[in-house]
Write a protein that binds this ligand. Structure first.
Ligand SMILES: Cc1cc2nc3c(=O)[nH]c(=O)nc-3n(C[C@H](O)[C@H](O)[C@H](O)COP(=O)(O)OP(=O)(O)OC[C@H]3O[C@@H](n4cnc5c(N)ncnc54)[C@H](O)[C@@H]3O)c2cc1C
Length: 463
């Protein structure tokens, strides 16, 4: 069937205003948020009812059209870049209803395209808390969060998206409806297919709804900034705080390059001479927060912090977090190309990873700004470069190889939260095994015999 005929057919399901075939529309959905080459799809469709997802998937499957589902497109690993110019992009941003916030049983039911911060605000209105908070939360969707198992600033204490998934409804490649999990804390009915969908990057099915755990909000919190004149001392302090049995809800790291660029832009008044700062927030019962604040300050000083600044009020606290949230956007302004990496190591290995990043920057003569969720060992070395400079970009590619090698040698992982997509697919076997790649391919072939769901992501089904 020609794409024009298919578009007419699809318009009968979702209305012709939701079938986008103009060049400009198709171009708008050809990319992710990283630096990978865009691929313009044949068509973009925007269902407005979750049930339409199943009907659409079946039509596209029958017609043999590759499908890429897209939430907000904020992923950083190529996940939403269409696999070919014959592909269709399925947009979920109109499937955006918060269906239930349950105050008695502490859960939410949402459609897949609900924006993360919208769910968090809906929960907060009822004095409940949805902790996963990726830096992109003001635009990213719950479907995208689940498909990438998104983390965030609060991962250290509260965990990541997978820790909040109680149930998922989805459609498989052939449009069959599947339901896994329940509104109960315990549910062992059938395979844990909801778990299988977490981190599946649009390759195993299209999520339509999710049941997500909510928790009571903490009663008190305190934020502080610790200043260090030595990068390694700052990274040692991270492990020392946890070793003192304090688990902050957030413990973020900014190196000097990032501090200076954030301060230039925001004029927040960060310590521009510092080699690194740690931004720390403790939360919980007021007495516990008080106690843990004292312990944390003691540990920070023992580890060589030259200054520890406690946020006096909400406004000062917001300023500290603004510094962290601005890290990526500000680094991204510095040079035409920003390569944001996501290598993650066991927390105790952060000092070694930091040394590794420094040596890679020197070896390849590159500017690398590093920030990230230090408490999780999840650092974001961010290479500032210009992709048009071929010689420089070749050095960047070599540097990335080295960074992954260092992380893996330290017992870490290729990706703490940004996923594999196409960006990191070539390194997957290095961290896992040949068998893992084969198993993943067999699984996908069984569930999607024509290999139409995001076929080149995670493992390339065309190879
Ligand atoms: C400024 C910035 C900050 C970020 N900070 C963080 C962070 O702190 N932590 C973190 O983990 N990530 C972060 N990210 C990465 C990204 O925001 C997350 O991965 C997020 O979960 C993606 O959500 P999305 O709605 O944009 O998904 P998309 O980018 O649209 O999609 C991501 C993947 O999920 C699949 N997918 C989307 N919807 C569905 C669905 N309904 N069913 C099945 N598959 C689906 C897509 O096919 C794709 O493979 C950041 C990105 C940016 C640009």
């Amino acid at each position: 069937m020609s794409i024009e005929a298919l578009a007419k057919d699809i318009a009968k399901i979702i209305g012709k205003e939701n079938v986008l075939t103009k060049d400009a529309d198709r171009q708008s959905y050809s990319y992710d948020s990283a630096v990978l080459e865009p691929v313009i799809p044949a068509m973009v469709v925007r269902p407005t009812e979750v049930e339409q997802l199943g009907l659409l998937t079946k039509r596209f499957y029958d017609a043999g059209v590759p499908m890429t589902v897209r939430g907000a497109g904020t992923n950083l690993s190529g996940g939403t870049i269409p696999d070919s110019t014959d592909s269709v992009v399925i947009l979920t941003n109109s499937l955006n209803k918060v269906l239930e916030i349950n105050e008695e049983d502490l859960y939410a039911v949402v459609e897949t395209g609900v924006v993360t911060s919208v769910l968090a605000a809906a929960a907060a209105k009822k004095n409940l808390f949805y902790p996963p908070d990726p830096g992109s939360q003001s635009i990213s969707t719950i479907g995208g969060n689940i498909a990438e198992n998104a983390g965030g600033l609060r991962g250290l204490k509260y965990g990541v998206t997978k820790d909040y998934v109680m149930g998922i409804e989805f459609f498989d490649a052939e449009g069959e409806f599947i339901k896994s999990g329940a509104r109960t804390v315990k549910c062992v009915t059938g395979y844990n297919l909801a778990g299988l969908m977490v981190q599946s990057e649009g390759t195993l099915g299209i999520i339509s709804k999710a049941i997500l755990k909510l928790v009571p909000p903490p009663k008190a919190s305190k934020a502080m900034m610790a200043v260090f004149d030595d990068l390694i001392k700052a990274s040692e302090a991270v492990a020392a705080i946890i070793a003192a049995h304090v688990v902050p809800c957030t413990m973020e790291f900014l190196d000097n390059t990032t501090i200076v660029m954030v301060d230039d832009y925001t004029k927040i008044g960060l310590p521009r001479d510092a080699a690194a700062i740690l931004l720390i927030e403790l939360d919980g019962h007021p007495a516990q927060v008080e106690d843990e604040t004292n312990t944390t300050i003691e540990v920070l000083k023992k580890c060589g912090a030259t200054n520890v600044v406690l946020a006096k009020d909400q406004a000062e606290k917001m300023k500290l977090w603004e510094a962290r949230r601005m890290a990526l956007p500000v680094l991204a302004r510095a040079k035409p190309t920003t390569v944001l990496e996501d290598a993650t190591v066991p927390r105790s290995k952060i000092p070694d990873m930091m040394r590794g990043i420094e040596s890679v920057a020197n070896k390849y003569n590159l500017t690398i700004g590093t920030f990230g969720h230090a408490g999780d060992g999840n650092l974001h070395p961010t290479i500032l470069c210009d992709k048009r400079d071929k010689a420089e970009f070749h050095r960047v590619e070599e540097a990335i190889d080295d960074l992954f090698d260092i992380a893996l040698k330290l017992g870490g992982t290729l990706s703490g939260e940004h996923g594999i997509g196409t960006a990191k697919a070539q390194w997957l076997e290095k961290e896992t095994s040949k068998g893992t790649i084969l198993f993943s391919k067999k699984l996908r072939k069984a569930l999607d015999p024509k290999s139409l769901l995001n076929p080149t992501k995670q493992v390339n089904m065309y190879e």
